[in-house]
Design a protein around this ligand. Structure first.
Ligand SMILES: Cc1cc2nc3c(=O)[nH]c(=O)nc-3n(C[C@H](O)[C@H](O)[C@H](O)COP(=O)(O)OP(=O)(O)OC[C@H]3O[C@@H](n4cnc5c(N)ncnc54)[C@H](O)[C@@H]3O)c2cc1C
Length: 427
């Protein structure tokens, strides 16, 4: 075999897995179709401290992947005429998130993987086929550019870190499960310069209410740029080909808060996006192969957890490879451990995100006037902000945090009505 492991795809999942396997002194070949640095197909991300902690574990330098990127210390939600300011709680020594520049972030991780001297990385390399020995994958076929000769490279293990449209998953017929396409969403975004700050209290990620079936997110990102994104029902956000920019600008300008913030701003990138974003898990692997990151588990971007999932699945898979390589587990058992570990970590948030998509984008409640005070009390309640912050930073499992838990909501309303009463009587 030429290598211990070939990893197809060199962004968050592939590069961090290469670093973790490099730390195990395995001989790794990391292959990426795109030229690095470059942007991925679509992503306008925010990442929280649990993802940063996973990067600390492999020694990835924060001053490289978050260079010139302002720490965001609060997430703000506007709905029904009210706003909720959720401070990002301290977790793993950080009380902030980043709306990262993906080209810079991915390139920093790609470069970092190559600091491990058993890791070789090649960009501009497209994998087109797998090599088989009976039922077992034993390598890849690919080439460094259209006119370059075909190369056949062998390895004990081939790992697909090649994203949503994974060629490794396709060629191995990886089975899919927990597939949810019943409430499909689409998302569009662009980056802007000179967007007016939300207020004088520093960088923020601000969710603005949209029309029925969609909403906006405005995030302060790297180099003084601001990402403006909207996500919603796929059939509603369905611009005609060639008219995506006009569609994007119309929608962004339809929100009076955003319109005011971009009055003197300039859009400095094209509009990018993704239609009908899928939600699924795939089988984790088979004889001679495995999947990681989006190739393995795809999760609607509404809660901003995809990069955490990519980094976490890379960690869990590296542990499975270690136990297999050290002869502690046969490969099938190591894969089963990997599947179980990632399911425990990701499934609660997956369910929550799907519920949020259904509740907020597909069946938004028509709020009667008499209920508005109740909503304001809940949105302004510090205990609710604490709970949301704990959930976003994964210090509480997503499944236990729900605004609909009667005890929590009733408590928030009681505290809210008392706050109003205090204001009225002036103490
Ligand atoms: C619109 C949008 C918004 C998002 N917002 C957020 C967010 O706010 N927060 C968050 O955490 N996540 C977000 N995500 C999710 C996040 O972008 C993904 O979860 C993450 O990029 C997955 O990383 P990955 O390494 O698994 O795959 P990818 O980043 O998709 O990388 C896969 C790589 O494989 C390469 N590749 C594919 N095929 C081949 C081949 N045949 N040969 C060689 N190389 C190949 C590709 O070129 C690509 O570079 C968002 C996603 C989308 C689409």
């Amino acid at each position: 075999m030429d290598y211990d492991v070939i990893i197809v795809g060199g962004r968050p999942a592939g590069s961090t897995l290469a670093a973790r396997l490099g730390a195990q002194h395995l001989k790794v070949l990391l292959l990426e179709r795109a030229a690095m640095p470059s942007l991925p197909a679509a992503s306008s991300p925010i990442i929280y401290s649990p993802a940063l902690k996973l990067l600390d574990e492999i020694g990835a330098p924060e001053d490289e992947y978050a260079h010139h990127t302002p720490p965001i210390r609060r997430v703000i939600g506007h709905a029904a005429g009210f706003s909720a300011v959720i401070p990002i709680p301290e977790a793993h020594g950080r009380d902030y998130a980043y709306a990262i520049d993906r080209a810079r972030f991915d390139h920093a991780l790609w470069t970092h993987a190559q600091r491990f001297n058993t890791v070789t990385a090649r960009d501009n390399f497209n994998v087109t086929e797998l090599l088989w020995d009976g039922d077992r994958v034993v390598g890849i076929v690919g080439s460094a550019g259209k006119h370059a000769p075909e190369e056949r490279i062998t390895a004990r293990l081939v790992i697909g870190a090649d994203g949503r449209f994974s060629v490794v998953a396709r060629k191995t017929n990886a089975a899919e499960h927990d597939v949810h396409n019943e409430n499909p969403t689409s998302l569009y975004y662009a980056y802007w310069k000179n967007v007016r700050p939300y207020d004088e209290h520093g960088p923020a990620a601000v969710a603005y209410e949209g029309g029925v079936g969609y909403g906006f997110l405005v995030m302060d990102s790297a180099d003084g740029r601001t990402g403006i994104t909207f996500e919603g029902q796929a059939d509603l956000l369905n611009p005609e080909p060639g008219k995506i920019t006009a569609f994007y600008l119309d929608l962004v300008n339809s929100n009076p808060h955003i319109r005011a913030r971009i009055a003197e701003a300039e859009m400095v990138t094209d509009v990018h996006g993704m239609r009908r974003i899928g939600n699924l898990y795939r089988q984790p692997g088979g004889e001679g192969w495995a999947l990681v990151g989006d190739a393995y588990h795809q999760h609607d971007p509404l809660d901003g957890q995809g990069i955490f999932n990519a980094l976490f699945t890379a960690k869990a898979l590296a542990q499975a490879v270690r136990s297999w390589n050290h002869g502690q587990k046969i490969w099938t058992h190591a894969l089963a451990d990997y599947d179980e570990t990632t399911r425990i970590k990701t499934y609660g948030m997956y369910k929550r995100t799907l519920d949020q998509v259904r509740q907020n984008l597909y069946s938004p409640a028509q709020v009667p006037g008499w209920a508005l005070n109740g909503i304001r009390w809940v949105m302004e309640d510090p205990a609710m902000h604490w709970l949301m912050g704990q959930m976003l930073t994964r210090q509480l499992p997503a499944e236990v945090v729900t605004l609909l838990t009667p005890g929590v909501a009733v408590g928030a309303m009681m505290r809210g009505s008392l706050r109003d009463l205090r204001k009225m009587v002036g103490f």
